[in-house]
Ligand binder design. Structure first.
Ligand SMILES: *Cc1c(COP(=O)(O)O)cnc(C)c1O
Length: 382
């Protein structure tokens, strides 16, 4: 069997070969396998040195101090730490502003905080999928403690005006958390420019390993963050647990590669994505979801009039996703697409195609031809 073309980079990316090589050097007796917290021998010092080098690579990507990078197991944990960690300190008092199209890894912890007594304003985006500065400003209250918004939406790829919202939050003395799992490694995530206090990253979204992530915590607010995992007091007391040397070394190399290459890569990926859209846009009843500024790798398309599950199953030559990866196990229409105004039917007829580092021109030409054939067949069948 020939393998389908992988066009689901927004769900996860393969590990870059350079990352895999570095990771393989951190596993066996001959490698840098030790516990970075072992202070009494050379093996431990070596591991600590490599993990700290990786931390500096992530800090360079974020333009922050290495002491502001807290290792986690991924963006889900980073979001949980940011949200629960801050509000535990306040006895679950105060107000959060977030949006209804956040990833479940923000929505679910915020719902949990709401049960503990935190008050929440859930903003709804416009049909472009964006949250505006004006919306955030209008929702601000005396007791607003935190704004939590995603940088790039995982389903439709739209880019929120983070720098402007960051500026507003600074003026109002409100903390700002950004889930940057979809943007890090693909566009600038400079925490100074964006004026962010907390930022979540996921290694496997930018060619690092799954199970590795980080939370940027601005130095001046670290004392406000309570840990959600208690143990040996690792990570300046914010996140206990033996550091996974191989995972973190891998994420560090991935960050270093991304920092060097993301601008060029973005141009290449956007050109392929635009070619793909150009190749299918004339099909009757086909439209693109989420207007405005979109990340280079995303293309969310509604094939109205055909059932999305049938389409997905028929597109045998492509590995793509319906809605978001996390909801693709169920047949509910995507809550993101519904929030930007799609009917249940159109939401169910939409698929997310996402491109990345290893996507080629041939992949895209083959994808266009395949989509055209299948869509025309399915349209004739109805
Ligand atoms: C993938 C993703 C997450 C979850 O990241 P994990 O590292 O898999 O836990 C959170 N938020 C967004 C926007 C994502 O795309």
């Amino acid at each position: 069997m020939t393998m389908p073309i992988y066009l689901d980079y927004a769900a996860t990316t393969p590990v870059d070969a350079r990352v895999a090589e570095a990771m393989a050097g951190c596993l066996t007796m001959e490698g840098i396998f030790a516990n970075p917290a072992s202070r009494s021998h050379f093996y431990g010092w070596q591991a600590e040195e490599q993990v700290e080098l990786a931390r500096r690579h992530v800090a360079t990507l974020l333009n922050c101090d290495a002491r502001e990078v807290v290792w986690t197991s991924g963006a889900t944990e980073s979001n949980n730490l940011a949200l629960k960690g801050l509000f535990e300190g306040s006895g679950y008092k105060g107000h959060i502003i977030t949006s209804v199209i956040e990833h479940k890894a923000v929505i679910d912890p915020v719902l949990w905080l709401e049960q503990q007594g935190v008050e929440v304003t859930w903003l709804t985006p416009g049909s472009d999928g964006l949250i505006s500065v004006d919306q955030v400003q209008a929702a601000m209250r005396e007791d607003t403690r935190l704004v939590s918004l995603m940088h790039v939406n995982n389903e439709i790829g739209v880019i929120n005006p983070i720098a402007e919202i960051g500026k507003l939050c600074r003026q109002k003395d409100v903390l700002f958390h950004v889930d940057a799992a979809q943007s890090a490694g693909k566009m600038s995530v400079d925490v100074e420019t964006l004026q962010v206090d907390l930022m979540s990253l996921s290694g496997h979204k930018f060619y690092g390993p799954k199970g590795a992530g980080a939370l940027y915590v601005k130095r001046s607010i670290q004392h406000q963050l309570k840990p959600i995992i208690h143990g040996g007091g690792h990570e300046r007391g914010m996140r206990s647990g033996t550091l996974a040397t191989h995972q973190l070394v891998g994420m560090g190399i991935a960050a270093q590669i991304a920092k060097d290459d993301f601008e060029q890569e973005a141009l290449k990926t956007a050109a392929l994505r635009d070619r793909l859209w150009q190749g299918i846009a004339d099909l009757p009843g086909v439209f693109r979801n989420g207007s405005g500024v979109v990340t280079p790798g995303h293309l969310n398309v509604c094939f109205s009039g055909v059932d999305g599950e049938t389409l997905l199953l028929s597109l045998r030559e492509l590995a793509v996703s319906s809605g978001s990866a996390c909801t693709s196990a169920s047949l509910d229409p995507s809550y993101v697409l519904k929030a930007i105004g799609l009917s249940d039917e159109d939401a169910l007829s939409s698929i997310r195609i996402s491109l990345g580092r290893f996507t080629t021109t041939e992949d895209i030409e083959q994808a266009i031809a395949h989509i055209r054939t299948i869509y025309t067949e399915l349209k004739q069948a109805v």
